[in-house]
Each structure stands twice: as structure tokens, then as C-alpha cells.
Ligand binder design. Sequence first.
Ligand code: NAG
Length: 630
Amino acid sequence: MVGFKKLSTALTILFSISSSNAFYLPGVAPTSYNVGDKVELDVNHITPSMRKQDENSVTYLYSYDYYFEKFHFCEPENGKQKQSESLGSILFGDRIFNSPFEFKLLENTTCNKLCTTNYPKDDSIFVNKNIRAGFQFNMMIDGLPVARTLVDAKTDDIFYSSGFNIGFDDEENLPHLYNHYDFFIEYHLRSDGTYRVVGATVNPISIKYIDPDEIKCEFDEDSIIEPVRLSEEESTDVTFSYSVFWVPSDTAWATRWDKYLHVYDPKIQWFALLNFSLIVIILTIIMSHVLFKTLKNDITKYNEVNLDDDVIDEMGWKLIYGDVFRPPKNPMLLSVLVGSGIQILLMALTSCFLAAFGLLSPSNRGSLATVMFVLYSLYGSIGSYYSAIIYKFFQGQDWKINMLLTPILVPGGIFATFIFINFFLIIVHSSGAVPLGTMLVIFLIWILVSVPYSCIGSLLALKKKAIVIPVKVNQISRQIPPQPWYMKTQYLSLIAGIFPFGAIAIEMYFIYNSLWFNRIFYMFGFLLFCFVLMLITCMLVTLLLIYFSLCNENYNWQWKSYFVSGGISIYIFLHAIILSKLNLGGLTSVVLYVGYSALIATIVGIMCGTIGFLSSMYLTLHIYGQIKVD
Ligand SMILES: *[C@@H]1O[C@H](CO)[C@@H](O)[C@H](O)[C@H]1NC(C)=O
């Protein structure tokens, strides 16, 4: 039943987005409150965080439910309730529940007792381990994360860092659990007399209560607090409490996210990027000029000379006109990969674009992931269309296999990786494990909606005339002369990959931070810029190398262009593995890290490979269409 409900929700989202012109995302409308209204605090999963690395710190990469039994956090009196979430939100690990905290607008209350719980020694060991690893609470009020106030050391700006640690290490490296929370909720009084929540910060305290019925939680500057210590030898009783203070604020609702979206030293980033883009732009101009001129010269020369014996040596790429359009080995696989690449590329560009222009608000949790999922399915038919067109270009005959393989191979690979990783998450009781029902829904959407929908694209392509090949393919294939060692595909990949990687290397840090440590990623304008820069660099480098390769009379450009351009994935993977100085805790963290890094590297590789192939295809069609052959 639950699965069915989710399926229908997902389908509604799918259809409402595909059928409406205006891009409307629900859930971002502001809530207005009156004095005394109840304001809900929801609790999300408990996530690992990036902390200062020293020798004994271990990092875990998976999260837990707030109410995971070993944590023993207080539950609401009427039992915990799961809040409804979008598909994207579930996929990205949000697990939102209601909480026992009771807030009424503008009513300051102090030292409210939540509950007293008993920690058996095994659970104390578990909690202490996670305090040391820097696990964090993720609470939300009115869609805003509860944050700590931090000061940027460089600029002295005050900003909010969402989430707060579940405990702290003292000087002697002993972990202490936070059991009292001082919440400061900022409200904004509107001209119509209603109130809106515009910020929430917390000051967590660890305090050992002598008598759980007599909570004293207010202190002077110099009072000494004895913190809670969970004993690993015997069971410990801990009482939880909280206070709430309502603080007036000038921040309007529309700008309430600004403080959360703090960019550390944006100048450096822009500087690095401008530097880099300047180099790319200059390179682009020089390279396209040189390439264009050389090609033009080549074409004029080729069309003038007679095929004398003495000029034949200098003929370069014209010599192989009878072979350039010889279909590559495995035309099926290449056309499927290119089709899937187009699908992913369009999805990534569109979602980046929507996010960069602020259409995906951070208060709409998981909207980015949902939009990505929906767009990916929608672009399926475009991907299949081009897959079939390319397959025809390769003179392939098994169009039915192509039609089925395109929506199955790459999405299936991604899905299989998720299932594999999910298996490890289940073992460690992580909340990041996607529930079986959701998995089933995704599988059903894929098989019942996405695959048939993609087939429409293939069928449309079937009706279209094939791309005209400008020169006929010779019956007998020409022998490829020995090539210099550095023209081998693997070396070219290594050379070509490093340039586009330079374009996105800075972004990788932020992407990983948001992926592993639940940080909000919001610099989408920046990302979009880097992404486009990466694609342009890929394209240019590949065109140049393929041109050289053709001049060397090597006509196997199809796979070569794909791999050369996809060379960036080597660097992305190595960067993730070598440069991460994370001291990962346990097999699951390692599998998660390596698995997702490989997945990201592969997906970027598929996108770049596709760009490289398509531009090389354009190049060959263009230049061989210009020369005269008998
Ligand atoms: C509640 O506490 C805050 C912070 O201490 C204070 O600024 C505010 O005036 C208090 N509100 C009321 C109604 O007492």
C-alpha cells in the first residue's frame, strides 16, 4: 500500500511537471504564525561531519535515524511519526520525524525536561564512538536548519553552519554528550501583524543533572558545569532538556537563507576561476583559429593537386577518406553510450541551470534530486533517439537491440551500483539505506514508464533518414601505418583529461562536502560556469588530438574520441582516492566512498566522452564533405 502511494506521488510529480508550462515547485510558500501558535521542530537524520583531521580521528560516511535505538534520544509522547518527503529527498538520505520539543511563538521557556533515558554500556560505546567521529544533529524549524553561529576567521562575517554536533571531546579526548539545547529562534514581525520564522540557532550544553526532577540549566559566566559522561563500564542515566528563546529579527522571509549560504572567501574562488577561464578562452581562440586555418589550407590543397606519386606522402588525413566512415568495432555499445551520454548531459545542464537561477529553493528539501530524477526520465527519449541515429550512422542493423539496450544499460548500471551500496548501508543500520519500497517504485517507474517512453525516441529515429556519409567506404580496409607511442588512446586520454579536470577541480571539493557531510550545496552559478568550461575544454582538446590522429592516417576515431575525451574520469577518480585524507572507519565507509567516487567519475566520463565523440563526428563529416574525391 505504502509503495503504491509513493508510486502515485511520483507519477503525479512526473506528469504535473511534464504537462505544465510554468515550472512550479510546491512547498516553498511561507508560513505565517500568530503569537502562541505552535511551531514544529522536526528532526532529520544524524550525519557525519567533516572535522579537523588528526591521527586518531576516524570518519564515517553514513548516517543514522534520529530515533535509532542505540542513541536513546527522547521520543514524542504520542509516538514518533515519519514526515512525508519527496522522492529526491528520500534518495538523498533525508529521514524526517516529528520531535518532542514544544515551541510556541514568542513564548520563552527555560529548562523544559524532555525525558530521562538509560544508556546500557554497549550503547554508550556506540554513542561515544560517534561523538568522537563528529556526528551531527540535523533539526529543522519551519524548513530552516537549526544552526550554530560561526565567524569567518578571514572576513569576520557571522554566518550559520547548519547542524550541530551530538557531543564534544574535551581536552583529555573524553567524549561528552550534549543533553541540553538552548534554541534561539528568530522571528520577523510583518506589517499585517503576523510573524514568520527567519532563522534558528542553538547552543548545546552537556550538563550532568544531579536530580532529574530538578533541572537547573541557567548559568552565570563563571559557573562550572560538570558535563555528562557516558560510562563504558556500566549503564548511565541521562536527562535531556531544552530552553527556547524568541529573538526579534530584521531579516525578511525572502532573504532568510542568506546567512546559511555562506561562501568562504569567494574572492579566491572567483580569482582561480577567472584565471583558468582566461587561459581556456585564449586557448580556444588560438586553437580554433589554427585548426580552422589548417583545415581550410588542407582542403584547398587537396582539391587542387592531382594525385601525383610525390605528393602522396604529404596527403595526411585525405588519404584515409575511404576508411574514416568505416563503422567502429562494437558500434552497438558506442551508440548506446553516446545516447545515454546525451541523456545525462541534458539532465545535468538543465538541473544546473534551474538551480543556478534559483528555481530550486533550498527550503524545498530534495527538490534538486527529484528534478534530476524526473528530467533524467524525460530526456530518455531524446537519448534513445540519438542513440538510434548514431547506430544507423554506423550502419548497424539490430535496431531492436539498440532500442532496448539504450534505456537499460547505463541506468541499469547506476541502479545496480545503488543496490550494491545499499546492501552495505543496511548492514550497519544506516538510515541512508533506501527503503525497499522506494527501490521498488524507482524500478517500476524505470521499467514501466522510462523504458517504453525511450522506445518512442528510437522509433522516431527509425523513420528518419540516416546521416549521409560524404565519401563511400572502401571495400578493403587500409592498413594503419605504425603510430608513435604517444598517439595510443590511453596516453591521449591522460593528456586530454587533465585540462577539463582543471575546470572542475575546485568544484569537486564542494560537491564531495555536500555529498558526504550533508552541507548545503548552493553555488550552482559557479558550478554551471565550471561545467560549461569543462565541456568546452573537452571538446577542443579532443578535436585537436583527433585531427592529429587523422593526419597520422589512423581512421579509428570513433572510440578514440570517446575515450580521449572521457579521460577526465581517471583524474576525478584518482583525485577522490589519493587526495582524500579521510581516515575512513569500517568497510562500509570505504565501499561507499570508492563506489560513489567511481560512479561520479564514470558519469562525468560518459558525458565528456559523448561531447568528444559528437564533436569529432561533426569534424569528420565536415572536413571529408569538403574534399573532392574521384
Ligand atoms: C526571549 O528571550 C530573548 C533572548 O534572551 C529576548 O531577546 C526576548 O526579549 C525574550 N522575549 C520575551 C517575550 O521575553
